[in-house]
Design a protein around this ligand. Sequence first.
Ligand SMILES: [Zn+2]
Length: 60
Amino acid sequence: MAVQQNRVSRTRRDKRRTHQKLRVVSGSVCPECGAFKRSHCVCSACGFYKNREIIKSEEE
Ligand SMILES: [Zn+2]
């Protein structure tokens, strides 16, 4: 098992964490239902992509 040999300073810890950040996902409004959808992905609300229904909705 790895055992920590030296204490990591606040500066070094925070420098390591500069790479951890949240990304804003790019997206647009779905033309079918108006919900927010990620671009180049099937709409999660209605299942449409390129004006065609890809995923059949369950409530029918
Ligand atoms: Zn939609």
